[in-house]
Design a protein around this ligand. Structure first.
Ligand code: ZN
Length: 169
């Protein structure tokens, strides 16, 4: 889309039988624009954007190459930066972690069915593994579970009956 060099509004193209060089019309400036001028502005803008993109890409590539070639130096610099800005680094890491967690949660709620399906398939494939894991967990938590059950049983039968008897008296 071609834009007006004065106000930035998108230009409409005039039919060529009225004009030769004034090809574009801006309905906000109420004025026809020279094609040469408009094209020059467009071209300059495009050039500027491409140059910026190029610079960004080259910088990125250069940084990567530098990091791969000077691993020790890079680590050293990183350590230095960390020791100077410890709180800042920790804060930004925490921020990133929370953001990532939120994003993962959102993704999971959106694609819940797919995750469940995948999990089910994996479990079907690795039945023995799942069984071993469950057995291991059970043997590790047997004592706690027994305690919990006994406590619940006691609460339900002994304590409640005791309270009832107390109320009745
Ligand atoms: Zn305009």
């Amino acid at each position: 889309m071609v834009r007006c060099p004065c106000c930035g509004y998108s230009l409409s193209v005039l039919s060529s039988k009225y004009v030769l060089d004034y090809k574009y019309w801006c309905c906000i400036c109420r004025k026809a624009h020279l094609q040469k001028k408009v094209d020059a502005v467009e071209f300059r803008e495009l050039n500027r954007r491409l140059r910026l993109e190029d610079r960004e890409r080259i910088n990125k590539d250069y940084r990567r190459v530098y990091r791969n070639e000077n691993v020790d130096k890079f680590r050293e610099n990183q350590k230095k930066y960390y020791s100077l800005n410890k709180n800042k680094v920790i804060e930004s890491r925490e921020k990133y972690r929370l953001k990532n967690l939120e994003r993962m949660r959102e993704y999971y709620t959106k694609n819940k069915e797919i995750f469940r399906q995948r999990q089910k398939e994996w479990c079907d494939k690795n039945r023995q593994k799942v069984r071993d894991r469950n057995n291991k967990w059970w043997s590790e938590h047997k004592h706690q579970i027994g305690l919990k059950r006994r406590k619940a049983y006691w609460k339900k039968n002994t304590l409640e009956s005791y309270l009832q008897r107390k109320q009745a008296l």
